[in-house]
Design a binder for this molecule. Sequence first.
Ligand SMILES: [Zn+2]
Ligand SMILES: [Zn+2]
Length: 433
Amino acid sequence: MVDQAPPEARSSRRRLRACHECDWLVALPPLSPGQRANCPRCGHTLATRHRQPAQRSMALAMAAMVALLLAISFPFVSFSTSGVGNRIELTHTATTLIGFDQPLVAIAVIMTIAVLPGLYLLGVMWLQLGLLQDQPLPASRHIARSLAHLNPWMMADVFIVGALVSLIKVSDLAQIELGLSFWAYCVFALLLLFTTQSIDSDWMWFSLAGEPLAPEGTRTGTTAAPQGLAGCPTCGLVNRLEASGRGHCLRCGERLHARLPHSLQRTWALLAAAALMYIPANVYPIMTTTSLGHSDPSTIIGGVVELIQMGSWPVAVVIFMASVIVPVGKLVALAWLCLVVKRSNELNAAHRTWLYRLTEFIGRWSMVDVFVVAILVALIRAGTLMSITPGPAALAFAAVVVLTMLAAMTFDPRLIWDTPLPRDRHATQGTTG
Ligand SMILES: [Zn+2]
Ligand SMILES: [Zn+2]
């Protein structure tokens, strides 16, 4: 029989968590299905409880996998103009780019739309299969640790938006027909989203490896770092760090740091690189449309202006948001957070954390324009009549997206909260023992 009872029903110990975003130490309350525990200081979600977590994730992951397999087996979309046409499959969006000497963009596309989501789903199925038999399968801990790292790099939902934008862009020039694979991919994107949200990581880690006792003398209602402790970002366990401020999680093996090493320097370096790449991304054409021997290169902004002239306001707004507002806003927001981090206080820290979460959340949506290029280049192949080729800006812009995502990941939000606490805060703290 599978023990799907929540951890608090299987252990009477107080389970401690250190908030990953503000380092506040709290004891997890008992949770009922559908409930979540949020950090009392910054609001970050510490644990989410689901009913029947193993069956739920397993069912969703299997359904999503079937949808993904259907999506790569059938025609994705086809176009025709003046009797000439082309039909593509999902994977052609990446393979065609290799033919135009854009292997890096091709890798970014195929990884984010199919390979990483596929691996993620296999990982979820492997894990839950073990948990359903009450006997974790080999390598379960490694896989469970990897799943959390894969999450931000899966972009099925962004790809759907990219596909819709591309189709609207060419709908005036040619006849477009959506294939079975297009609909399968929409279903897959939705199921993948449900799968990632179905993972009850607190229950999963408890079932995989139990819950080692928190270090003796851990005080809640204060931060972890001054006590020489750190909360594991992957499984949540509170661990004692070595004197150097580093360590490894006892339960999942994740590397731990009191604060991410050289967080601000690394974030600055990545932001500078992203800002630098944003210049060629805008100066060079992102794609060139050739129609009846006439070549028309267009930059990101040029593409937006063209869409406005065509009267496609909504699509122009989507591209402008994804390609200009989001990356520039992200660069500015992260640079500002780095600049003012030392002057944080409890009053503005919540707002700054909210801004940080926003930059982390919206970053991947900038990939829309890269996907638009990938789809159009693969689809619009009608020789001299009409064809679209990728420009050098595609690689530069993909680099901007990846670099800003990495910059958000290297920024340690706990630094925002690292302000000396007033003395009287320490008076009402509890102690474990
Ligand atoms: Zn917090
Ligand atoms: Zn851990």
